[in-house]
Design a protein around this ligand. Structure first.
Ligand code: ADP
Ligand code: MG
Length: 248
């Protein structure tokens, strides 16, 4: 066990999580008996071939989807025991999710996109809170821009600012740099890293890029719905070497 896992309790713990889909063979579920913890105040990267179950893993861990069997603990709370209302409260209050395609509304400005989730819940949103969220992602001067007037990297940072409005303990990001050029991708990864180092949050990020993965504290490899190893204190070289073992 590394020092990291010794001193950081898991913020999220999956225990024997199995998940299939209608049509998937019962003996080959998308997630097959996955037991895995995401240490708190640390950044975990998840890598694996396309179709290996990474998105399904994140959705189950974030309460966006339910496993067929197994348990998912967020701290002491077992998500698999929560009803829909309790799950909605957790997703609003403790869990953030960032998508590859940003999911911004095109007719709303950056400011309005950041304010929207709280407004939809009927909450009054102070302008200073929105501007502070945009400042944290380095976009305080882009508040009045529409998504189409922003680069892909800037749009993703707006999406991260929107997530931060809920002050989530844990932020999941599913291929957040998958649609970005390399420089913008690096900037987004640095921002996710700062959520851990500066703000003390827990971050889990799916990526295909060994350089991006090396920003994390540890990389978990998922193949055919099962964990196939981890790299602690990753470097791009260590990660690429591990990837090549199943790409070969
Ligand atoms: P990854 O994110 O690693 O590419 P996914 O978790 O998206 O993998 O998908 C894993 C497998 O589950 C794939 O074979 C995919 O086709 C299948 N799958 C994912 N979602 C569904 C769904 N809603 N219905 C049926 N099959 C699905
Ligand atoms: Mg995916």
């Amino acid at each position: 066990m590394s020092l990291l896992t010794d001193i950081h309790l898991p913020a999220v713990q999956l225990v024997s999580v199995t998940k299939g889909y209608p049509g998937a063979p019962a003996d080959a579920p998308v997630l097959n008996d996955v037991t895995l913890g995401f240490p708190e105040r640390a950044m975990t990267a998840v890598m694996g071939p396309s179709g290996s179950g990474k998105t399904t893993l994140l959705h189950c861990a974030a309460g966006l989807d339910r496993p067929d069997s197994g348990r998912v603990y967020l701290g002491d709370t077992d998500l698999t025991e929560c009803d829909e209302d309790a799950m909605t409260q957790l997703r609003r209050g403790r869990i953030g999710f960032v998508f590859q395609q940003f999911n911004l509304l095109p007719m709303l400005t950056a400011y309005e996109n950041v304010a929207l989730p709280l407004r939809l819940r009927g909450l009054r949103v102070g302008g200073s809170a929105v501007r502070e969220a945009l400042r944290r992602v380095g976009l305080e001067d882009r508040a009045d821009h529409l998504p189409a007037q922003l680069s892909g990297g800037q749009q993703q940072r707006v999406a991260i600012a929107r997530t931060l409005m809920g002050e989530p303990e844990i932020v999941y990001a599913d291929e957040p740099t998958g649609s970005l050029d390399r420089a913008s991708g690096r900037q987004v990864m640095r921002l996710l890293r700062d959520l851990v180092d500066v703000e003390g949050r827990t971050v889990v990020v799916v990526t295909h890029d060994p350089v991006a993965a090396a920003v994390a504290d540890r990389v978990v490899f998922l193949v055919d719905g099962g964990i196939r190893g981890m790299v602690e204190e990753p470097t791009p070289e260590k990660v690429a070497a591990r990837l090549s073992t199943w790409e070969a």
